[in-house]
Design a protein around this ligand. Structure first.
Ligand SMILES: Cc1cc2nc3c(=O)[nH]c(=O)nc-3n(C[C@H](O)[C@H](O)[C@H](O)COP(=O)(O)OP(=O)(O)OC[C@H]3O[C@@H](n4cnc5c(N)ncnc54)[C@H](O)[C@@H]3O)c2cc1C
Length: 296
């Protein structure tokens, strides 16, 4: 019997783990893919207080080490179902656990463009993570799709690796921080294509050409790789029958509290305005303090 099971080993879940462990709670953290969550795939983090500049992988590894050293039980298992009640059951792909409380910190994941053959090119020219796959495109031509902070960060990162970067955005104005805008305007190998959508992918086995369409015409661009950076979808499938979700499937949980007794929510999977590291770790601390209070 655990005091708390934390579902998701991203920044929110691992932060919740630190707080719960320091309160001497018997804590299990379950992660289905990568400890550190999304940030593990970020080339560079420059807005996390206390670190002027750190790679996402290093930040993720530091977080993991911190919870590990505090004595967390940590398992690489996918949670398939949560059964609410005074004692909650958490069913994974290989085990069934009992716990007094649950923190859901399942985050969000990359969105696809919805094009024909897109899945076929995943790992064969289509990627999401510039720090993981960017080096494959040294001195090559890549496209980054999107117009927010992540897309612009990825384009800037790739401009130091690739010979040419197309930043393809369906809107008419990038939606990024001022600092990023300043950086991108100084990069002469980034070409921003506004009001433009990718409408077709082609290539024998590897993606090597895209068809784009703007307000006026269609055209083809030869590329070696494409990074899709158009946002995330909430990973809330496992909880949708238990908790209330908003129209985008994020969990409605003001102050990390839910309508279910002893179930709390932290991080990017929660309905909120800003999804960043700072807000994820903030949620982790709040959800853990709710657990501590509840168990008292
Ligand atoms: C490329 C990139 C760059 C970024 N750069 C920055 C930046 O510079 N600064 C910044 O502040 N933010 C940045 N972010 C955003 C930041 O990474 C996220 O806001 C933060 O990771 C959210 O943390 P989280 O723990 O809520 O969710 P996540 O990081 O999404 O972690 C959730 C975890 O839960 C796991 N999970 C999901 N479902 C299950 C299940 N059923 N069973 C078990 N485990 C499950 C997932 O595998 C995942 O590891 C970036 C994001 C990306 C993708």
């Amino acid at each position: 019997m655990y005091d708390v099971i934390i579902i998701g080993g991203g920044p929110a879940g691992l932060t919740a783990g630190i707080y719960c462990l320091r309160a001497n709670l018997k804590t299990l953290i379950l992660e289905k893919e990568t400890f550190g969550g999304q940030i593990a795939s970020s080339p560079l983090v420059e807005n996390y207080p206390g670190f002027k500049s750190i790679s996402g992988a290093e930040l993720a590894s530091n977080l993991y080490e911190q919870v590990d050293e505090l004595g967390a039980d940590i398992e690489l298992e996918e949670v398939l179902e949560i059964k609410p009640g005074k004692i909650k059951k958490v069913i994974t792909d290989s085990n069934e656990y009992e716990t007094k409380t649950v923190i859901i910190a399942t985050g969000a994941k990359y969105r696809l463009l919805g094009l024909l053959d897109e899945e076929k090119y995943l790992g064969n020219g289509i990627s999401f993570c510039t720090s993981c796959d960017g080096a494959f495109y040294k001195d090559k031509v890549v496209a980054v799709i999107g117009g927010g902070n992540t897309a612009v960060t990825n384009a800037i990162y790739m401009s130091d690796v690739a010979s040419k970067v197309y930043l393809i955005y369906r809107g008419s104005k990038l939606k990024c921080e001022v600092k990023l805008m300043e950086k991108i305007t100084k990069k002469d190998n980034i070409e921003v294509l506004y009001n433009t959508n990718v409408i077709k992918l082609s290539g024998e086995k590897e993606l090597n050409e895209i068809v784009i369409k703007n307000n006026v015409e269609e055209s083809k661009i030869k590329i070696d790789g494409m990074f899709i950076s158009i946002g995330m979808d909430a990973q809330t499938e496992i909880i949708k029958h238990v908790l209330d979700l908003d129209e985008n499937k994020y969990i409605l949980a003001d102050n990390c509290l839910t309508k279910e007794e002893g179930i709390f929510v932290a991080g990017d999977c929660r309905h909120k305005k800003i999804r960043q590291l700072a807000t994820a770790v903030n949620d982790g601390a709040i959800a853990a303090s709710c657990v501590i209070e509840y168990l008292k």
